[in-house]
Design a protein around this ligand. Structure first.
Ligand code: ATP
Ligand code: MG
Length: 277
């Protein structure tokens, strides 16, 4: 069995005692180095699940372990927060200092990293997200995508095993979204960072390892992107779309054109060439 970074076993969670369950009997195993996407309509439980996975919330029932540590075990609380970092939606709420470098240092100070170790970690983290040349700039003068990459550097500097991204591209323009997603994909590929990518943008999930679709606190659909996005009807019933190219392929098939296996623009180009030959 590969190293599990997250092991979510039969977890239920209610915000109030006896209240409705925001997450119900949910199980999910995430191996080291995986890139998993979590989709689902508003209120389906994605953010609650993310906060259960880094120990911000504790399960009402069931258990969550992070790198083998139970989130209910108080002696591991800090260790778990460092191993499983989180990046949220609004970059402005995550940056606290007046200079980029200090912002990345902030989290390190909080976890008590020795002062002499900090510059190396900060340089490395900024390099990993392609923000080295902005180290001395003021965060509020950066673009949304750049701010979000600084926020990621702040988490990376803590040397996490995994980062949970909770709609971290939702407030960005298309360029900013591409910037952030490609930085995260590179961290996954090159550093083996485990990634949980929560999003409302279907096209952001097309090349991840697995997709999980939540509905009413449960996982309603899961599988590879090809398996999940082939279920157009099921997704629509869960108030989600398929990626635009998958929808176009479906429409073309209904019109009698045998396009196959299409999720991305590149797939569509390949199929168009094949059919025109
Ligand atoms: N702080 C809270 N107190 C009480 N109920 C909450 C709280 N936060 C979320 N909920 C409820 O828990 C359920 C799951 O919410 P959650 O925020 O996890 O959904 P989500 O999938 O992240 O939604 P969105 O796409 O809007 O971010 C919803 O019914 C929501 O109303
Ligand atoms: Mg949410």
């Amino acid at each position: 069995m590969p190293d599990l970074i997250f092991d979510v076993q039969n977890v239920s969670f209610a915000y109030e005692e006896g209240g409705p369950l925001a997450v119900r009997s949910l199980s999910l195993q995430v191996p080291k180095g995986a890139f998993y996407a979590v989709l689902g309509q508003n209120g389906s439980g994605k953010s609650t699940l993310a906060k259960l996975m880094n120990g911000l919330y504790l399960p009402t029932e069931g258990s969550v372990s992070v790198c083998g540590m139970d989130t209910k075990d108080e002696k591991h609380t800090w260790d778990i927060r460092c191993r499983a970092g989180m990046v949220f939606q609004n970059p402005d709420n995550q940056l606290v200092a007046t200079i980029v470098r200090e912002d990345v240092a902030f989290g390190l100070e909080n976890i008590g990293v020795p002062t002499e170790e900090m510059p190396g970690r900060i340089e490395q983290a900024l390099r990993d997200v392609g923000m080295t040349e902005y180290a001395e700039r003021a965060p509020h003068l950066l673009s949304g995508g750049q701010k979000q990459r600084v926020a990621i550097a702040g988490v990376l500097a803590m040397r996490p095993e995994a980062i949970l991204f909770d709609e971290s591209t939702a407030m960005l323009d298309p360029q900013g979204r591409r910037e952030v997603l490609s930085a995260v994909k590179r961290l996954n590929r090159e550093l083996g960072l485990t990634v949980i990518w929560i999003t409302h943008f279907m096209e952001e999930a097309v090349d991840c390892d697995k997709v999980f679709v939540m509905h009413s606190g449960e996982i309603a659909l899961s599988g590879t992107p090809r398996e999940v996005f082939a279920r157009e009807e099921a997704l629509r019933a869960l108030r989600l779309d398929v990626p635009p190219m998958a929808h176009l392929a479906q429409t073309l098939r209904e019109a009698g054109m045998p396009v196959q296996d299409v999720l991305t623009v590149e797939d569509m180009v390949r199929e168009a060439k094949r059919l025109c030959r």
